[in-house]
Design a protein around this ligand. Sequence first.
Ligand code: EPZ
Length: 420
Amino acid sequence: MDKLIIEGGARLKGEVVVSGSKNSVLPIMAATLLTDQPCIIKGVPNLRDTNTMLKILRSLGKVAEFDKGTVSIISTKHANFIADYKLVSTMRASFCVLGPILAKLKKAKVSLPGGCVIGLRPVDLHLKGLVALGADISIDSGYVIAKANKLKGHHLYLGGGYGSSVLATDNIIMAATLAQGKTVIEAAACEPEVVDLAEFLIKMGAKIKGHGTPIVEIEGVKHLHGAEHAIIPDRIEAGTLMIASLITKGDVLIKNVLFQHLGAVIDKLQEAGAYIIKPDSAVHVRCKKKLQPINVTTLPYPGFPTDMQAQIMSLMTITRGISVITEKIYPDRFMHVAELNRMGAHIQREGPHAIVEGIKQLSGAPVMASDLRASASLVLAGLVARGQTLVSRIYHLERGYDNLDEKLRQLGAKIWREKE
Ligand code: EPZ
C-alpha cells in the first residue's frame, strides 16, 4: 500500500484538467447490461472503482476493456445473473447492477453491499422500487434475489428519510426502461450523474423524460441497443481542486468543468471569500481576501453536496471564526474530524453538526484515510499545514480521484508517494 507525504506551504498556481465523473461512469457501465450490443464509454477516469466495475461486468459475462480513458463493452454468450459478494462488498455502487440484470435476464442475485464508514447505507428504496415494478424480492445469505418474468410500469414514490436516493433512482430508471408500460418515479434524485445516465439510456433507445427533476417518466421498450457516450466531468473533483487553490491562497485555472453543476459549491466558496470567474467550461479560483467563516448544510442536489463536506471542513479549520457544518445525508460522515484535530484543528462534533473554530495554522502529522472524501480533506489540510503530513491508506483516495497527487504536484504542491 502507498502513502502520501505532503510538505505544507506551497501556494498552488497554474492549470489543471478535471477527469470524468466517477459517480456518472459507474451506473453508466452498469447500464450496458441492458443490451447485448457493444457500448463505448469515453472520458472514463482511471480509478479503483472503475476497475472494480470492469471486473463485475466481466463476472456477469461481458468482455470489458479500458484503454486510454475509453471503456469498450461487448457481450459474450455467457450472461450471468449473479453479482458476487467478493466484488460487490468492495464497492457499494455495484448494487446498481441489480436493476439492469433483473430487467434483461428476468432474475438477479446481487450481494447486499453492507455498510461503510460513512453510514449504514441501506438499500430499502432500491427494493421498494423494484417490488413496485412487480419484482419478487427475497433476501438469502446476504444476497438479494430478484425475479420478474415481466416488469410492469408503475407510479411510485422513491423518497426516503434522508431525501432522494441517487443509486436507487438509477436502479429503478434502468429497470423501468425494459418494463411493460409507463413508470413514473416521484422524489427521484436530480443529481447531474442521474441525468448523464438517462442521456446514455436514451442513446440506447430508452424513452425517458423529466430526468434531473424530481418526477421522472420512463416508457418501457422491448429492447435497447448499444451506444457511445462521453462522461460528464467530475464536479466533486472540480470542487476539491477549487478548495486546494483557496486553502493554499493560490491561483488556479480548473478546466473541464460544468459550473452549472457546482452552483451550491461556488456560492459557498464565494461567501467564504473566493474570487471565482468562469471562462468557458472552466473556473478560475483564487483567494480575494481573508477567508470568512461560513455555515454549510449538505442536501440532495442542487443543495450543497455531502461529497464536498469533508473538503470544505478542511478549508474552515484555518478560517478564523466559527463555522458550522451540518451533515443531513450521512449524519455519521465525520471520520475526518478526529484526523483533522490531530493536525491541530479545533472541531467539535454535536450529532449531525461539526462546529469548527478556525485557527492560524494546522501542524503536519501522520494521519489515516478512512474513506474517499475524508482522504481528500486530509490531503487538502496537508497542503497548508506547517511541516510534513503523512496520509496512509491512500487506496481510499485512489477509489475516486484519478492521480490527484500528480495533479497537485503539477500545480506546485510538494507531495509525493512512498511505499507504506
Ligand atoms: C451516491 O451514493 C454517491 N455514490 C455517493 O458518493 C453520494 O454521497 C450519495 O449518492 C449522496 O449524494 C455514487 O453515486 C456511486 P444515496 P448512494 O442512496 O446512491 C439513504 C462518493 O464519495 N438511503 O443517494 O448510495 C442513505 O443512507 C460517494 O463519491 C436509504 O435510506 O447514496 C443516505 O442517507 C459516497 N435507503 C441517503 O439516502 C436506500 O435504499 C442518500 O443516499 C438508499 C439510500
